[in-house]
Design a protein around this ligand. Structure first.
Ligand SMILES: NC(=O)c1ccc[n+]([C@@H]2O[C@H](COP(=O)([O-])OP(=O)(O)OC[C@H]3O[C@@H](n4cnc5c(N)ncnc54)[C@H](OP(=O)(O)O)[C@@H]3O)[C@@H](O)[C@H]2O)c1
Length: 294
């Protein structure tokens, strides 16, 4: 197994993820040797946080100085950046895009490089800098597809960050990415709906966030401890269609746009209700309640 000091790692793209991953890998003992970005100032900012890290003049300079280069530009630029570099046979090139795999690095593959996709199942929204991005990378799951020496090396990097690498077949990668969107972006959409109801009751959005976040956080913690079936609460899993009918009635008067979402979530909760022992007649009553026209 390669020792951290044996492998010079470089980054092209000193944004949220590139800076955070560079910092996290350096803190884990890896040799982050060079960073380049579109603007010199971004590269300098990231490199200044890492001992022994040089600012590369451009992507080629990083490729010339490093054994493994992460292209951490926005997804749309990965292929172009990779295509503009002369890669050496045996060199490693990777990106961190979730929806696509190593096909984005076809030109590097043609040059005989080992290629990889290493996507962290994590969000970096609303962070206050590379230090916090690096913290968020600790313990996460990375979806890894790789060729050559990166097949073993990238999971090793993930483990060194306290996380794990899992292999997702290329044709399943969009499904994996859909799971990330459900866990993160659509969770925000759901809480936006919950918070919005506080404004219907005459409170501010801030009041809603203050009320909803501790509840949501406790739910996430319960899921982490015992799984979703143990954490799910509310009228569906109590078989309580009268309360559901009252929700629908008030939603239709004050937030009718949420009715389809509320009905769909109720329907999607039925298997969990069944697993908690709710009998078929009560489940059927719930189905009838949510199928009533607005
Ligand atoms: N953000 C997330 O939550 C998240 C989560 C998982 C995976 N990812 C993945 O991480 C990768 C990077 O995303 P990000 O959110 O870190 O993006 P970002 O914050 O927008 O940073 C991208 C960086 O790349 C630089 N850049 C843009 N075009 C370039 C080019 N042609 N050549 C060199 N550098 C270029 C930018 O330029 P400047 O030098 O001008 O700053 C910027 O610093 C993407 O593949 C994304 O899918 C992101």
């Amino acid at each position: 197994m390669a020792q951290p000091e044996d492998v010079a790692i470089g980054f092209v793209g000193a944004g949220v993820l590139g800076s955070g991953l560079a910092l996290a890998l350096s803190a884990a003992g890896w040799r982050v040797a060079a960073i380049a970005s579109r603007s010199q100032s971004s590269a300098e900012r990231a490199a200044s946080l890492i001992d022994g890290c040089a600012v590369g003049e451009n992507a080629q300079a990083v490729a010339d100085a490093c054994d493994l280069v992460f292209i951490t530009t926005p997804d749309a630029a990965i292929t172009e950046v990779s295509g503009a570099v002369t890669w050496q046979a045996g060199q490693g090139v990777a990106h961190c895009c979730g929806a696509a795999s190593t096909e984005l690095l076809a030109t590097a593959t043609k040059s005989g490089a080992s290629v990889g996709a290493m996507h962290p199942f994590q969000t970096f929204a609303a962070i206050d800098g590379p230090g916090q991005a690096a913290e968020r990378l600790h313990g996460v799951t990375f979806a890894i597809s790789a060729t050559g020496w990166l097949e073993e090396f990238l999971p090793n990097l993930a483990r060194s960050l306290g996380g794990r690498g899992i292999e997702i077949p290329d044709d399943m990668r969009p499904l994996y990415h859909a799971s990330a969107v459900l866990s993160c972006g659509y969770l925000a959409t759901l809480l936006d709906a919950a918070v919005g109801l506080w404004t219907n009751m005459g409170f501010t959005e801030e009041d809603g966030v203050r009320a909803a976040v501790p509840l949501a956080r406790a739910t996430i913690e319960a899921i982490e401890r015992q799984g979703p079936a143990s954490a799910v609460t509310g009228p569906v899993v109590r078989g309580d269609s009268a309360t559901l009918a009252a929700h629908l009635e008030l939603l239709s008067r004050h937030a009718a746009h949420l009715l389809p979402l509320y009905r769909q979530l109720t329907e999607s909760s039925l298997p969990l209700a069944r697993s908690k022992g709710i009998e078929e007649p009560q489940l059927e009553q719930i189905r009838r309640t949510i199928s009533v026209s607005d």
